[in-house]
Structure formats: structure tokens, C-alpha cells
Design a protein around this ligand. Structure first.
Ligand code: NAD
Length: 551
């Protein structure tokens, strides 16, 4: 009987599988379950609530066994975390094809999913959990940094220096906000009702200081702002009380957002309940707690709208707080936009998205060399250079050393080919895996997040992620995945991922050139089709063919 045990990817330059493409999948599956990487490795849970790398330990063992003996012309098929077949294909085909958590439309809800999961028939794959390319909290830090950089570019002349951002939620993902703001040279006031969340962020050097009171927080923030010094200040309290108080005080806030766990009303602390009593109160009366949490969220969102009316830049950071406030009857909940339509979509139009890679050698020196290669390749991109330098100094690797940065159409293939050359020349100790989040420009349909408010109203059209998966298979990716649910839940998104291995061979070079051109190319054509001018210019300048624009 196989059961939980510590898992760690092998390091080094000798593959135990029959080739590096298979070895890469093997190491990345194991890396996702490394205790340094995964939230609950004993339960095979990597991140994001219940996002798993394998359905159960027997399936995990079967995948490891199969990957070790898989030939260069074979493909392993994975159905929701369980290997269900090995087929003869060819050397350009992916070595692994993965479909996770997919349900037919009318059945695609949590109730039915949980029923099937209890029967052992499916698992939740999140985005990069079940597709074996999660790299720990670096991913969320970089995404948050990029979002605040986009806010700075759009409204504040390219820097947050001299501005104050107000937010709440210092949890697993929200905890990246203070560091992302200070990396953009801004000042942040971050509210959380859990004192441990504040202390943990200070311990991990994501948050600078803790204020004694709201007045103290405001004083520290305004002093730092006036000196144009980056600073993040944590303050203990309930956001549904403190955000309205700051508004009433006329606090000089420039940017407001929120990352409390509002997507789950049982995880948002209503006013009038002490933090220590929260778990009991939620368990005792979930329906009553939900109503109270939603009412508090309505007050919280109302204050955010108040800041917007007073001229601040306000956005929803993908936690559904607007939807919950609306359910409580607040009719201006959607007065401010989600972060994708507000800042990220122009990047998506250029095929930009979260490009990431990991060093299979396990040697941090390999990542340092790839960092340098990125700086050499894109010297004109200042925000990229700032990120790569700061990441090199401040990001602590979890599991195999890895790096993330946003690159667009015409850039990702250059980086990939350079990495492959570096493996071929022996500059890097072992091959590099190159993948990305499913949250990308042309790989996801998600009307509450990545495809909210598309220009042509095509938010819920899910043909795009299916085409994305198919084009990656056709282009030579090493493994391709197609998932449902991800960060927004069952019934709310369909998304695809790819990982391609730079093993230093000419064949890998050919595959990389195609995959890393066509994959972001999907982002360009998706946004051309929806009518975005930026995407049209990118397509015509960089030669992306769009048949409906030809002839
Ligand atoms: P988490 O559960 O780890 O942390 C949430 C934090 O909010 C906790 O520290 C909790 O104490 C605090 N909190 C709850 N109610 C509060 C209240 N009333 N006042 C002050 N603090 C309160 O969650 P997480 O992983 O950090 O994610 C936070 C939210 O952001 C989730 O809803 C997630 O889905 C969303 N999210 C979206 C994106 C995205 O779209 N890019 C990225 C990351 C997270």
C-alpha cells in the first residue's frame, strides 16, 4: 500500500528516465510535492485550496514508474491526476498529455465535482498544481509586482514613489502585496485581522513594519511618502471597519485594492466578531456568518468606491469582493474594475504573460546564468531588469531553483532558444524546463478574471484555451494540460498550460522556437479577434497572421 512520504526531485546531470523530456516531467511532478514547494504534500496538495499534483499515492507511483520507462515516441495520458494510458506517438509529440477537473457544462459545479471526487474519479488540478510547473510564492510575487508596475505606468508616470497604496489581506498570496509595492518604490498600508499573518510577513521580509494603530500607520506612511521612500506598514484590524474609517478621516490614499479571502465568505471576518471567535462562529452557523460577511464586504467595497469617487485608483484583485458585496445588496459594487481589464489586458494584447523556468540540475548558479542572459537579451526593458535584479537578491528558492518574468510575443522564443544554446554549450549544468502559469494571454477563458469585460463581449467563449492546448501539442511542447476551475472555481474557467524542455539538442531548439512563438501568439490573435487595437498593431508589426485581416 503506497502512502504519504517525503518527495523531492532528483538533482544532477544524469537522467534516470530514458530521455530529458521524460526526466523533466518526472522531476517537475516530484518538485511540485517537495515540502518546500507544496502546501500539504502529504495530501498531494500543492497550492490554492485543494490543487493537487496527483489523484492519490498509487497514481503518483504509477506516473513515476511510467515516466522512468517511457520511450521517446510514447505519450503518457493523465486523467485528473491518474495515468490512464501510454500510446505510441512520435518524437515531436508531447511525452505527457494532461486533462484535469473537466466536467460537462451543466454538471460543472462544486457539488457534482465533490461527489465525483469522493468517488475517486477526479481531482482538482488548480492551474500549475496538476500540470507540474508550480514554483512556490515567487510566481505570485512577480505577478503582483507586475500589476503594481502596470498601475504605476498607467497613472503615476512609471513609479509608485510618492504614493500610498491601501490594501487588506496578508495571507498566502495577499502577503506579496507589500513587497510588490515597495519594489515599485511605493508606500503600502496593509490591514489584516490576524496578527500572525502580519508577523509572518515581517519575518519573511515581505512587510517592513507593524504600526500600533491606524493613526500610527498613516503617520508612518505619509512621512515615507513625503521622503519618496519605499515602506510597507502592517496594521491589525478588520478591513470592513478600517477602510471606511480611513475614508472618513480623508486619508491621502492614491491606490486601493484588497486581497482578503473574499471569494469564500466563510473566510472573511465580519465586523462584530472577534478574530479569535471566527472559526467557531463560521462552523456553528455558516449561513448566518455568510450573510454577516457579505454585509461587511458591502461596507468595505462601499468605502473603496468612496476612495474612487475621491480620485483614487481602485481595483478588484481577483477575490470576488465586488460580487459578494453585490449579493449583499450594494448596487455600486462594480463601480471599479477588475485588475485584468484595468492593467493587464494591454500586456495580454502583446502576448505578454508569466514565462517561467526551472533548472533541472538543482544548481542555483544555472538560474543566475539565465538571469544574466535575460538582462543581455532585453536591455531596454527597465521594469524587467529591476525585477530580475531584485528577484536575484530577495527571492528564496523553493524546491528546484526557478525564475519567472513576464515576456511577450517575439521575446519568449528568443529566451528559450538562448537557454537551449546554453545547455548545448555546457554553460548550464543540465537542461532547463520552460513553462508558464495558465493565467496567460491566450490560454484561459475566465469571465470573472482573465477575460472579464472583453471588448466584444466574448468573456465566456472557451474555444481559445482548447485551441491553445492543441496548438502547443502541434508545435512540439513536452507536456500539455487542459484544466477546468483553477483559481476562480468550478464552472468559472477553462485553461491550458504547456511546458517545453530545453535539453540542448537541435530538435529541442526547433520545438522551442515554434511553441514559444505560437503559445504567446494565441494571446495576440485572441485579442485581435476581440477588437483590441494594441493587439492589431502587434500582429502587423511582428508578423502574426490573422486570416480575417488578410485579403
Ligand atoms: P489567505 O486565506 O491566505 O489570506 C487571506 C487573509 O485575509 C488572511 O490573512 C485573513 O486574516 C485576512 N482577512 C480575512 N477577513 C479579513 C477582514 N475582514 N479584514 C482584514 N483581514 C481579513 O488567502 P490568499 O491566498 O492570500 O488569497 C487572498 C484572496 O486573493 C483570495 O480570494 C484569492 O482567490 C485572491 N487572489 C487572487 C489573485 C489573482 O486574481 N491574481 C491572486 C492571488 C489571490
Amino acid at each position: 500500500m503506497s502512502g504519504p512520504r517525503p518527495v523531492r526531485a532528483p538533482r544532477g546531470t544524469e537522467p534516470s528516465a530514458l530521455g530529458w523530456q521524460q526526466e523533466a516531467a518526472l522531476r517537475m511532478l516530484q518538485n511540485n510535492l517537495d515540502p518546500e514547494v507544496a502546501e500539504h504534500p502529504d495530501k498531494l496538495v500543492v497550492y490554492g485550496g485543494t490543487g493537487k499534483a496527483a489523484r492519490d499515492w498509487r497514481s503518483f507511483d504509477a506516473m513515476v514508474r511510467t515516466l522512468r520507462t517511457l520511450k521517446q515516441d510514447e505519450t503518457m495520458l493523465v486523467q485528473s491526476g491518474r495515468p490512464v494510458g501510454v500510446m505510441q506517438t512520435h518524437e515531436w509529440a508531447p511525452r505527457v498529455l494532461i486533462a484535469n477537473s473537466n466536467l460537462v457544462g451543466d454538471w460543472a459545479n462544486w457539488e457534482e465535482f465533490r461527489r465525483l471526487e469522493a468517488l475517486g474519479l477526479t481531482m482538482y488540478g488548480q492551474m500549475t498544481a496538476g500540470s507540474w510547473i508550480y514554483i512556490g510564492t515567487q510566481g505570485i510575487l512577480q505577478g503582483t509586482y507586475e500589476t503594481f508596475a502596470a498601475v504605476a505606468a498607467k497613472k503615476f508616470g512609471g513609479t509608485l514613489a510618492g504614493t500610498i497604496t491601501l490594501t487588506a489581506g496578508l495571507g498566502g498570496m495577499g502577503g506579496a502585496q507589500p513587497l510588490a509595492v515597495t519594489m515599485n518604490d511605493g508606500v503600502a498600508i496593509c490591514i489584516d485581522c490576524d496578527p500572525r499573518a502580519i508577523d509572518r510577513r515581517i519575518e519573511h521580509r515581505y512587510l517592513d513594519v507593524k504600526a500600533d494603530s491606524l493613526d500610527h500607520a498613516l503617520q508612518l506612511a505619509t512621512e515615507a511618502r513625503d521622503r519618496r521612500k519605499p515602506l510597507s506598514v502592517g496594521v491589525l484590524g478588520n478591513a470592513a471597519e478600517l477602510v471606511p474609517q480611513l475614508l472618513a478621516m480623508g486619508a491621502p490614499i492614491d491606490i486601493v485594492t484588497d486581497q482578503t479571502s473574499a471569494h469564500d465568505p466563510l473566510a472573511y471576518l465580519p465586523t462584530g466578531i472577534a478574530f479569535e471567535d471566527m472559526a467557531d462562529a463560521a462552523a456553528k452557523d455558516p449561513a448566518g456568518f455568510t450573510t454577516r460577511a457579505r454585509e461587511s464586504m458591502a461596507r468595505h467595497v462601499e468605502a473603496m468606491v468612496g476612495f474612487q469617487d475621491a480620485g483614487a485608483e481602485v481595483f478588484d484583485y481577483g477575490n470576488s469582493i465586488r460580487g459578494e458585496a453585490q449579493l449583499a445588496g450594494y448596487d455600486r459594487a462594480f463601480a471599479f474594475p477588475g485588475f485584468v481589464p484595468a492593467y493587464i489586458r494591454p500586456l495580454f494584447c502583446e502576448g505578454k504573460g508569466p514565462f517561467r523556468w526551472a533548472a533541472l540540475s538543482g544548481d542555483p548558479a544555472d538560474i543566475a546564468k539565465t538571469d544574466k542572459a535575460i538582462l543581455d537579451l532585453f536591455p531596454e526593458n527597465e521594469s524587467l531588469a529591476r525585477w530580475i535584479k531584485m528577484a536575484g537578491e530577495r527571492v528564496h528558492f523553493q524546491g528546484l531553483p526557478a525564475r519567472i518574468c513576464w515576456l511577450g510575443y517575439g521575446e519568449r522564443d528568443k529566451a528559450g532558444e538562448r537557454f537551449n544554446d546554453m545547455v548545448a554549450s555546457g554553460e548550464l549544468a543540465a537542461p532547463i524546463v520552460i513553462g508558464r502559469d495558465h493565467l496567460d494571454c491566450g490560454s484561459v477563458a475566465s469571465p470573472y478574471r482573465e477575460t472579464e469585460a472583453m471588448l466584444d463581449g466574448s468573456d465566456a467563449i472557451a474555444d481559445w484555451p482548447l485551441l491553445n492546448a492543441m496548438v502547443n501539442v502541434a508545435s512540439g511542447a513536452s507536456w500539455v494540460s487542459l484544466h477546468h476551475g483553477g483559481g476562480v472555481g468550478m464552472g468559472r474557467s477553462i485553461h491550458a498550460g504547456q511546458v517545453t524542455v530545453a535539453d540542448g539538442t537541435p530538435l529541442a531548439g526547433e520545438k522551442i522556437r515554434r511553441v514559444l512563438t505560437n503559445d504567446p501568439g494565441m494571446g495576440v490573435i485572441r485579442h485581435v479577434d476581440a477588437g483590441y487595437d494594441i493587439a492589431e498593431s502587434v500582429a502587423s508589426e511582428r508578423g502574426v497572421r490573422v486570416p480575417m485581416r488578410e485579403g
